[in-house]
Design a protein around this ligand. Structure first.
Ligand SMILES: Nc1nc2c(ncn2[C@@H]2O[C@H](COP(=O)(O)OP(=O)(O)OP(=O)(O)O)[C@@H](O)[C@H]2O)c(=O)[nH]1
Ligand SMILES: [Mg+2]
Length: 171
């Protein structure tokens, strides 16, 4: 086999591994993705799965917190998506998040907070979002916050890396 073939094979293997990770992440995300309506949860799944983005999304029916916390598969990360541009909804998002964190099934589970829609000019800056969500008061687990845009594909790679890192350690 020539050098070129080896190189191609190597690239292919890399791609497959990336795809494996993505599929694994998606299976896990179904269990671990939480956030208020319209936050961009489905858009995030799409961004991670295919990189595609669409303006006209159909609201997801039948996905709620109960499903997330009652599944018999123990999840090992909790991703919380917030619409950083919808400032009025942030206080509600804050109380829902803190309520979620009291669930015994989530004790000690690392929390990834994603401030979405930073492509919008009215989006909060990271520091303001962290403050308004009261993330500093969460001390019983690892907390990480990234500002993302599903629309412009900003920081999606960072999210994927975080998820890969955390989904490998806990199972
Ligand atoms: N500008 C902008 N709009 C976004 C972004 N991500 C999602 N949206 C839009 O926000 C709306 C809601 O997105 P969804 O992905 O359906 O949100 P969701 O959290 O799945 O909503 P539900 O399923 O109803 O709970 C859609 O119109 C998306 O196009 C983003 O990064 N930037
Ligand atoms: Mg949805």
């Amino acid at each position: 086999m020539g050098l070129w073939d080896s190189l191609l094979n190597w690239l292919r293997r890399l791609n497959f591994r990336r795809l494996d990770w993505r599929l694994e992440l998606l299976a896990e995300m179904e269990l671990s993705l939480v956030g208020l309506q319209n936050a961009g949860k489905t858009s995030l799944v799409n961004a991670i799965a295919t990189g595609a983005y669409s303006e006209d999304m159909i609201p997801t029916v039948g996905f709620n917190m109960k499903k997330v916390t009652k599944g018999n598969k123990q999840m090992n990360v909790c991703q919380y998506v917030v619409d950083a541009a919808d400032r009025d909804s942030v206080p509600i998002s804050r109380s829902e998040l803190h309520e979620l964190l009291t669930k015994p099934s989530l004790t000690g589970i690392p929390l990834l907070v994603l401030g979405n829609k930073i492509d919008k000019s009215e989006a909060l800056a990271k520091q303001a979002l962290v403050e308004q969500l009261g993330l500093d008061s969460v001390r019983d687990r690892e907390v990480c916050c990234y500002m993302i845009s599903c629309k412009d594909s900003v920081n999606i790679d960072v999210v994927i890396d975080w998820l890969i890192k955390h989904s490998k350690t806990a199972t």
